[in-house]
Ligand binder design. Structure first.
Ligand code: AMP
Length: 537
């Protein structure tokens, strides 16, 4: 026997998946740029190396200020490089970054800050008026640091940074909390989800996989999704992971400013909700000369379904849509819609239909669609509730609220209604709460909306159920037309007729200027249901 080999098996290093690894990696990306649009509309350029160094100083400064492992530090900020510093630096101090949704009502923000137990806060100077309202609503923070030139009597963030040193920091554990986001709360009170170091690093890895979002070093990525919405879908971490350029739009999320950045900064991948992309499509189509966009610019879209017509329009513009599904509870990437090789021989229209579905789960994520009888067959017809489990899916909410959202076998119940085809591709048909029940049969509001948004005159459409004496509920469609376009109710119904059972067709079409939205850009169906509560058919 070879004595040197000994009797024990060899080992692998058990390197923890903690943020310090990502900060060192970010530093290694050197002069690769992070570009931010400031409130005065100028572009400020910094580098990954500088941001990593400042994040390390921030971590040290926080520890020096008495921040303990697990303490929650809130941010009230737009998308810019200082916010990226917080993404890296707060967890580096062992603390938990809580990104507050600046679009919520101040009372609601105060509730969320209290529920999370936020100890300190870092605020953009332009958001101080909102911050003062949050304080007036009862929120309490031990210290308040202000980013920008006008701290209005509060402490300066830059001074906090100066008090830190590039030095040794607390030892981190991979299952420790790194960040927290609250669900957008289309129903009920917002619920807190806590991401760990491990879940975040693993999720970054999946963002880079070719069948997922294929983030790569040569990308220039523009996360339009706000940094308070599921940690900007984890994209700043994914960018630190692969070392791509990062373009941050600051407070300016209108189509003109976004197109200006797409062109000027040669963006190769942008991420946002469909509403924003609808605005960009309409602007680009209306421009007398097509803007000089990067060939193959990937328009990553999630948060709501990407209507098929939108995917088609962007194809014609040479800006392919990558459609993904996720939730605050899933970090968010849970499904990505890519045409699988077994569909290679299908024609363009059939492939479009696949891309408009929500897609397949990435590695390490398991999904199932279940009804009362168990897992539904993969027949593209039978619907059930989508359930999901994996290393970046929440295991519980802050405060242990709603434990029933988890099944006995460890899946999270999404409350999304879905069906699944023979290739395993998932298609969402609705939120459980948005389904319309007519004469005992379910009607999917989302399928009707997506179909309606394929009509050339329709910009946006939302379908809700209204009370009906005979059928208990009937669907009506709330429609916004594209500029200068219109169509009659008969024409819209005739457009839908070939694709749906007759009883699915909306009984009425209400034409409006705009559809109310949640703070993260989804149709606010609760508000629509309230408006049309006494609707007479
Ligand atoms: P949030 O936690 O605010 O991100 O909301 C998550 C919910 O948004 C999901 O449960 C879905 O209902 C919806 N959602 C997200 N992505 C998509 C998508 N690609 N298609 C349809 N609905 C989506």
């Amino acid at each position: 026997m070879n004595a040197a080999a000994g009797n024990t098996l060899g080992t692998m290093m058990s390197s923890p998946l903690t943020i310090d690894v990502l900060v060192r990696r970010a530093a290694s990306h050197g002069d690769t740029e992070i570009v931010s649009r400031t409130p005065d509309k100028t572009l400020v350029r910094t580098t990954w190396k500088k941001v990593a160094a400042r994040a390390t100083r921030l971590a040290h400064a926080l520890v020096r200020a008495g921040v303990e492992p697990g303490d929650r530090i809130a941010s009230l900020m737009w998308n810019h490089s200082e916010h990226v510093e917080l993404y890296l630096g707060v967890p580096l101090a062992g603390a938990v970054l809580h990104t507050l949704n600046l679009r919520l009502h101040p009372d609601e923000i105060a509730y969320i800050a209290a529920d999370a137990g936020d100890r300190m806060i870092i605020v953009d100077d332009v958001l101080l008026p909102l911050f003062e309202k949050i304080v007036a609503a009862g929120a309490k923070f031990e210290r308040v640091f202000v980013v920008g030139a006008e701290p209005k009597g509060r402490e300066r963030y830059e001074q906090l940074l100066e008090s830190g040193e590039p030095t040794v920091l607390p030892t981190l554990h991979e299952d420790q909390a790194l960040g927290t986001c609250y669900t957008s709360g289309t129903t009920g009170k917002p619920k807190g989800v806590v991401y760990t170091h491990r879940s975040t690093l693993l999720h970054s890895l999946v963002l880079a996989l070719p069948d997922q979002l294929s983030l790569a070093r040569r990308d220039t990525l523009m996360p339009v999704v706000p940094m308070f919405h599921v940690m900007a879908w984890g994209l700043p971490y994914g960018a630190a992971f692969v070392g791509c350029r990062l373009i941050m739009p600051g407070p300016f999320l209108d189509a003109a400013n976004l197109v200006d950045l797409l062109v000027g900064e040669r963006v190769t991948a942008a991420a946002g909700v469909p509403t924003l992309w609808i605005g960009i499509r309409d602007l680009v189509l209306a421009l007398p000369e097509k803007p000089e966009l990067q060939p193959g610019l990937r328009m990553i879209v999630g948060g709501s379904a990407a209507p098929l017509g939108l995917i088609r329009d962007f194809d014609t513009l040479g800006m392919p849509i990558v459609h993904a599904w996720g939730m605050t509870e899933t970090s968010p990437v849970g499904l990505v819609s890519r045409v699988p090789p077994e569909a290679d021989d299908l024609d363009y229209e059939a492939k479009l239909a696949i891309r408009a579905k929500q897609g397949l789960p990435p590695p390490l994520i398991e999904i199932d669609v279940r009804n009362e009888e168990g897992s539904v067959p993969h027949d593209d017809r039978t619907v059930g509730e989508l359930v999901i489990r994996g290393p970046w899916v929440a295991g519980s909410y802050v405060g242990g609220h709603l434990p029933d959202r988890w099944t006995n076998d460890g899946f999270f119940r999404t409350e999304d209604v879905a069906k699944i085809d023979a290739m395993g591709i998932v298609q969402l048909t609705d939120r459980v709460t948005d389904l319309v029940k007519s004469g005992g049969e379910w009607i999917s509001s989302q399928e009707l909306e997506n179909a309606l948004m394929g009509h050339p005159a329709v910009k946006e459409a939302a379908v809700i159920g209204v009370q009906h004496e005979k059928w208990s509920e009937r669907p009506i469609a709330i429609v916004v037309f594209r500029e200068g376009q219109s169509a009659t109710a008969e024409a819209l119904r005739a457009y839908l007729a070939p694709s749906f059972a007759k009883f699915w067709l909306p009984d009425a079409f209400e034409i409006v200027e705009s559809i109310p939205r949640t703070t993260t850009g989804k149709f606010l169906k609760t508000a629509l249901r309230k408006t049309y509560k006494d609707y007479k058919l």
